[in-house]
Design a protein around this ligand. Structure first.
Ligand code: NDP
Ligand code: OXD
Length: 316
């Protein structure tokens, strides 16, 4: 039986080596490029951005493991076998790295860094004092594995933290809002909006101009801020450009984009109060990813339930 690596734009060489060293002897590690590839031998699959033929011929597939925490390209795949369980990556190292990113961006915007960068460029000395952490309200969209950890760490730093999710949450120090009916109330109290939602039919394109106009306006001097570390599909980029240009937003931090790599002619590159990183907020490391799959296969073969199963009907 075999584990099929289906890693999209990621080079499988190091993964293959690490899987071979860690998996029991009865599980081979294969790719579709192998000369002797036998789809009927595939019981397990490890997937990131599956190609059009990714699931073809896999009649004996038992479990799909997602390399990413986000499963949107897998769930949206037209040939996904919907009767096969999909287990996604939820991992302490990934979570910590994402929280590092969120805390860094939030702190930077609370301290109004893009405002002082503009002053530095203009050689101007303006002693405006940024708000203290507790005067700054951070609204996190998505209070799952990543959002909940970021919220906890931001509370620890003294920020006023709000969260919006599908279901109500009881997280220490976090004011919880749930569902579409409470979205506007959540936005109206938010100075720095952090998106950590999964990309689903309900969340695609949510971050648009109308939503930006609903954020709290009397918090940060330069206007509210959007931080998107989830998926490019959440954000309407032209709306963000407009909102940054007309002052509806004071600044933004983007790690993910509608098209990745971000095309050279995107107007986002040139906006000085839009801080861009190339989808590096958090990574599934080879070591941790291999551990996740090896443990998952062991659980499955022992007849134990798999962890972090995706509900294909809700899309995350
Ligand atoms: P989870 O599935 O653990 O959490 C998702 C959260 O979003 C839950 O709180 C859920 O609500 C909420 N949610 C889902 N749909 C809606 C909706 N329609 N309305 C309101 N709330 C909703 O995901 P993770 O925290 O593990 O990951 C979040 C995303 O982060 C991933 O999907 C991925 O896109 C992105 N990511 C980005 C990385 C990067 O490097 N930039 C790295 C890793 C992940 P409820 O709790 O009520 O179900
Ligand atoms: C993920 C990612 O979903 O890296 O894990 O984007």
């Amino acid at each position: 039986m075999s584990l099929l690596l289906c890693l999209g734009d990621i080079d499988p060489v190091n993964w293959r080596k690490a899987f071979k060293a860690a998996l029991p002897d009865h599980v081979d590690v294969v790719t579709r490029d192998d000369a002797d590839f036998d789809p009927s031998a595939v019981r397990y699959m490890y997937v990131w951005k599956p190609a059009a033929d990714a699931f073809d011929g896999l009649d004996n597939l038992e479990v799909i493991f997602s390399l990413g925490a986000g499963v949107d390209p897998i769930v949206a795949h037209p040939k996904l076998p919907r009767n096969v369980p999909l287990s996604r990556f939820v991992d302490e190292d990934l979570t910590t790295r994402m929280t590092d990113y969120v805390v860094a961006q939030v702190t930077l915007h609370q301290r109004q860094t893009t405002y002082y960068m503009a002053l530095q460029k203009a050689r101007e000395w303006v002693q405006y004092y940024p708000p203290a952490a507790n005067e700054c309200r951070v609204g996190i969209m998505g209070l799952g594995a990543l959002g909940a950890d970021a919220a906890e760490k931001l509370v620890g730093l003294g920020f006023t933290v709000l969260g919006w999710s599908r279901n109500h949450k009881d997280l220490p120090g976090v004011e919880s809002f749930a569902g579409p009916g409470q979205l506007d109330a959540f936005l109206s109290k938010t100075d720095i909006l952090v998106c950590l939602l999964p990309l689903t039919e309900d969340t695609r394109g949510m971050l648009d101009y109308e939503l930006f106009t609903k954020l709290r306006r009397d918090g940060l001097k330069t206007g509210p801020v959007v931080v998107n570390a989830a998926r490019g599909g959440h954000l309407i980029e032209k709306d963000l450009v407009r909102a940054l240009e007309d002052g509806t937003l004071g600044a933004a931090s983007l790690d993910v984009f509608e098209v990745e790599p971000l095309p050279g002619d995107s107007p986002l590159w040139a906006i000085e109060n839009c801080l861009i990183t190339p989808h590096i907020a958090a990574i599934s490391s080879v070591h941790r990813g291999v551990r996740f799959v090896v443990d998952g296969i062991a659980r499955h073969e022992a007849g134990e339930p798999l962890e972090n199963l995706v509900d294909l009907d809700v899309g995350y």
